[in-house]
Design a protein. Sequence first.
Length: 425
Amino acid sequence: MAEIKVPELAESITEGTIAEWLKQPGDAVEKGENIAELETDKINVEITSEHSGVIQDLSKEAGDTVEVGDVIGHIDENGQAAGDGASSEEKQQESAAEDKQETAPKTSEEASESQTSDSEETSEGRPVASPSARKLAREKGLDLTQVPTKDPMGRVRKEDVEDYEKNKAAASSQGKEAKKESAPAPKDEFEGKPVERIKMSRRRQTIANRLVDVQQTSAMLTTFNEIDMTAVMDVRKRWKETFQEQHDVRLGFMSFFTKAVIAALKHFPLLNAEIDGNEIIQKQFYDIGMAVSTDDGLVVPVVRDADRKSFAELEQEVIDLSLKARDNKLTLKDLQGGSFTITNGGVFGSLLSTPILNGPQVGILGMHKIQWRPVAVDQENMENRPMMYIALSYDHRIVDGKEAVSFLVKIKELLEDPESLLLEG
């Protein structure tokens, strides 16, 4: 019998949550085949089988937290999958024998052993229940701790779960008591209005904790400016088709902003730094984080050595990272490090916002929606121009207001005259 263990993940990750089992007991599995998906603070990791055989049992359920090295199931290397002829009949006989054994009267010695086993399981916070009861409760989305049982030993059986599902009102008094312990607010908090409590995913909890931590440990401030995007839009219009023909990628706005940010960071290097105790670590490289929104929350994959990449390479890498984020294929290497971050709320229609620092970085640039507005081009004339508000949030502990404002002005100047980016090197 081979063990299914939680593999080594990364130096900074020691535990995760089982997001989904891809295989169930009785399923055949090949060596190297995915068995489960594990959600960690940063990425989703697929647990693969180190052996070929049949899944014998799974000791953890979806939603359970597990640590590196934990045994979460077993594989019978000599077994056959359920439904494979005689093997299926054997499993049915074993199942019937198990059910018969559960319902058969116990001797005093067996009852004593059962009571000891049950008390140990209860002490771990899990109700004592038969496998069929657990399976039915999981399928119906029921909490076994709220299911009353007629068994004198307190074991929840399949029929108990069925009765509870048919008549939840009979168990409402016990259900209310259980909820009082977990709910931080009194039951009448919402005055009888319908609500739904949804457990936060591990990643969402991590994001929430880090955002709060950044605001509590940094002196964050935001400054704003606006850019006339006429020149950039003109360049894109003139070179759009030729660029795509030569590089097989669309010329977007992100490459222009990345180039402008890198040029501005070279002029104001403290925005490309971080604080370590009483020291400032001033980075001599330009690994730019690109905030990407996914169904599971915001992630920030990093474009390495962005200063050495061409416009086409930047556009292609942004696309590749976005697709990997959407498909949960980002690796830890994709997310680690980074010296400065760019976030684009404009893709969702945001006109103006205050981005939160991606700690321990001390600067983040927020892009926003391009909107046509009347602009005074001189003292007498007004013109409709495509305008974008930009925001820079920075850590005031090492970045002064003068540097922050000058940084944004530099980006504005470069993008309103995009050909000047060629001179920045």
